[in-house]
Design a protein around this ligand. Structure first.
Ligand code: TMO
Length: 322
């Protein structure tokens, strides 16, 4: 008798939860628009969000945008979700939209970040003063290529990622020529080929990423950036009294989720899901490695990530998700 009452109660309760959930999502059949950028972890995380939103009943759409123009599009509601807002490259353009009320800070991932000039450890054999940036001028020749000699070569990513590099080179008086790789694949393709010949190379890298585990190396240590970002906004701040950008990118920078300002009103349950999502550094390392080391495509990597991390991912799904 007792058992019967309990099971009847459980059936009613679960039916009740089901009907609430069915009525809950999606609050609108308009697509939730997710931003797709041009490096692997972001592409996988964007698809993890997309697949979880679809599991919760939402229609979704991916839109490809670059890191500099994306937040203006989010401010006007033409895009809704950015899974990786990196402090080192996006703080100013992101905060501009947040401060204007057009975007919302969707919360920080547990992962902290760094985006900086980097080299594989064997480069210290020809440039023992590294990782101090002042060593670069002393070994410019060793870090040069025929294209840049007598300057050192810095292989940057797509110019869109870190436009401040140009001013940094001048502000710090570096004998460096910046060469831009067209894509993340091209950037790390050059690392792979240089490393196979033990050839000196200085290039852009970031963490979390798959690269550090495959190629032991270090970030170049530039003058530390101040918390208020006066390095960028106030030329008189820092080692060069006449120029801004005389510092490195943020160390231990944030990694945030960015949301369109109208997101919580239009898609309240999706907003709860986005707020709950929280990637650690090792989770992002592995998301990138699935693509760049294991050769999976981004959709399959996202699906595999969700399966591998089912316990954590299920914990992100809010009760309101149908
Ligand atoms: C935005 N990125 C991680 C490529 O520096």
């Amino acid at each position: 008798m007792k058992r019967k009452i309990i099971s009847t109660f459980a059936a009613v309760a679960s039916a009740g939860i089901m009907s609430v959930a069915m009525a809950g999502t999606p609050e609108s059949t308009d697509p939730v628009i997710v931003i797709d950028n041009n490096w692997s972890s972001q592409k996988v995380l964007a698809r993890v969000a997309q697949q979880l939103l679809e599991k919760a009943g939402y229609n979704t759409e991916m839109v490809t945008l670059d890191t500099q123009s994306q937040f203006a599009a989010m401010g006007t509601g033409d895009a809704h979700i950015q899974m990786e807002v990196w402090e080192g490259s996006m703080n100013a353009s992101f905060m501009k939209e947040v401060d204007a009320g057009r975007m919302v800070d969707g919360g920080s991932h547990t992962a902290t970040t760094r985006e900086e000039w980097w080299y594989p450890n064997y480069v210290e054999e020809v440039c023992p003063g590294l990782p101090d940036y002042k060593a670069i001028n002393d070994c410019a020749e060793a870090l040069s290529t025929p294209e840049t000699a007598p300057n050192a070569r810095y292989l940057a990513g797509p110019a869109e990622w870190h436009p401040e590099d140009v001013e940094r080179v001048e502000a710090l008086g570096l004998n460096v020529t910046i060469v831009n790789a067209g894509s993340a694949d091209a950037l790390f393709g050059e690392l792979k080929s240089a490393a196979s010949r033990n050839e000196p190379i200085m290039l852009f890298n970031w963490a979390p990423n798959w690269v550090g585990a495959a190629y032991p190396g270090k970030f170049v240590e530039f003058p530390l950036r101040d918390k208020e970002n006066k390095c960028v906004t106030d030329p008189s701040w820092g080692v060069n009294p006449d120029m801004a950008n005389d510092c490195g990118a943020a160390v231990g920078g944030y990694l945030k989720k960015g949301l369109w300002g109208g997101f919580a009103d239009k898609f309240p349950c999706a907003n709860e899901l986005m707020t709950n999502i929280d990637f650690t550094g090792p989770m992002i390392d592995s998301a990138a490695a699935m693509v760049d080391v294991d050769g999976m495509d981004h959709d399959a990597a996202a699906k595999a990530f969700i399966e591998k991390n089912a316990d954590v991912v299920n914990g992100w799904m809010p009760a309101c998700a149908g």
